[in-house]
Design a protein around this ligand. Structure first.
Ligand SMILES: Cc1cc2nc3c(=O)[nH]c(=O)nc-3n(C[C@H](O)[C@H](O)[C@H](O)COP(=O)(O)OP(=O)(O)OC[C@H]3O[C@@H](n4cnc5c(N)ncnc54)[C@H](O)[C@@H]3O)c2cc1C
Length: 341
């Protein structure tokens, strides 16, 4: 690792994520956290946003959630995501402005460009942080994440190199409005930074849209290995549809190829925070449950009364999925039919 003097590195950045000009909710969570850390460090919080056709409303929103400064880089070369270009532009800006901390989303895109940024800057990167705080005596960022297969939570620090880079999953931090008082800066970026070694031939939106739908859903129905049969997924989808929700999965299910990878909830998947979550045949391994955050009501169905999922469940149902799922689905459908439109 490069030995960089810590002097002259000031400020906390949050990299915002926009899809076709629309700000993704994780951006507000990150900018709020950046503001909280910046206040502790008595420095400025900056939101960085790249793209093409980004409206003034996006910058206003970032300021409403805590950005003192919005660094807006707009260019048609940034309309489509290419990790080499995003990484080069972000690295170039970091080297010119020298923030001490940079938070980026642990999304498909953030996970693609941040390792490149880390390599170019020769500093540390902690992926998938669940909590962040400042060590008051030396401005060091305490980066909490799951480790050792998720069985432990560890605090990681990067005491000698700057900047301190982290990624944070959507739904982990809380977005908070403040009194907006920011300014927008539009740094010029050299043409060479925008050159890519990749050619994007097609953008597939469906997957991203579905993944976003899962992370935003108010109701999530989770399939675990205990559903036993692939046919049961159809019933789970019907249940989710009847409740106006989405289907998520444990790694056991995505590894089997029964559901796409983007439905995986947990340490190496997405984080969800629905009001109601119903798990079927999920044991409750910590690598999965770290992805269940701020849930109002968790209902767990498992045939083993000792399954760890019951320790965190609001309501536990000790039953065989094959027996209870059709009954539950029928009851929910009946209630739905009776409810006024
Ligand atoms: C580094 C690392 C990262 C990981 N990341 C993730 C991650 O992001 N997400 C994730 O989900 N996992 C992750 N895992 C895997 C995780 O450790 C677990 O193996 C996984 O979550 C287990 O999935 P499961 O609960 O579906 O299956 P199991 O642990 O096999 O549990 C199945 C459960 O179903 C119950 N059951 C069986 N039959 C029935 C029935 N007929 N009716 C009712 N209940 C029944 C059983 O009692 C059991 O409790 C990770 C592991 C590692 C090492």
């Amino acid at each position: 690792m490069r030995d960089i003097s810590k002097e002259g590195w000031r400020g906390v950045w949050a990299v915002a994520e926009c899809h076709e000009g629309c700000l993704m909710p994780v951006s507000l969570e990150l900018v709020s956290k950046a503001r909280e850390l910046a206040d502790k460090l008595q420095t400025e919080a900056t939101a960085v946003v790249f793209g093409h056709g980004i409206s003034g409303a996006v910058c206003d929103t970032l300021m409403e959630y805590g950005a003192h400064v919005v660094q807006l880089v707009e260019h048609e070369a940034l309309a489509v995501f290419r990790d080499d270009v995003f990484a080069r532009v972000l690295t170039g800006l970091i080297l010119s402005k020298r923030p001490e901390i940079v938070l980026a989303p642990a999304t498909y895109t953030g996970k693609a460009y941040m390792p490149r940024v880390q390599t170019m800057l020769e500093t540390g990167l902690t992926a998938g942080c669940l909590e962040l705080d400042i060590r008051s005596d030396d401005r060091v960022l305490i980066q909490t994440r799951a480790a050792w297969g998720g069985n432990l939570f560890v605090n990681i620090v990067c005491p000698d190199a700057r900047p301190q880079l982290v990624t944070v999953s959507p739904n982990v931090m809380i977005a908070r409005r403040v009194v907006a008082e920011g300014r927008v800066e539009r740094p010029e970026v050299p043409f060479e930074w925008l050159k890519s070694g990749m050619e994007v031939t097609e953008s597939v939106h469906e997957k991203q849209d579905e993944a976003v739908r899962l992370t935003k859903a108010d109701v999530v129905v989770v399939a675990g290995r205990g559903i036993e049969k692939r046919e049961n997924l159809k019933l789970l989808q019907e249940l989710a549809d009847a409740l106006g929700g989405a289907v998520g999965a444990t790694r056991a299910i995505t590894d089997l190829g029964w559901l796409p990878e983007y439905t995986q909830i947990g340490q190496t998947g997405v984080t969800v925070s629905p009001r109601l979550c119903i798990t079927f045949g999920v044991s409750g391994a910590v690598q999965h449950t770290v992805g269940l955050r701020n849930i109002d009501i968790l209902v767990a169905v498992n045939k083993d009364p000792a399954a760890p999922i019951f320790e965190m469940a609001t309501y536990g149902i000790v039953a065989d999925v094959n027996k209870i799922l059709p009954v539950l689905l029928e009851q929910v459908k009946k209630i739905r039919c009776k409810s006024p439109a």
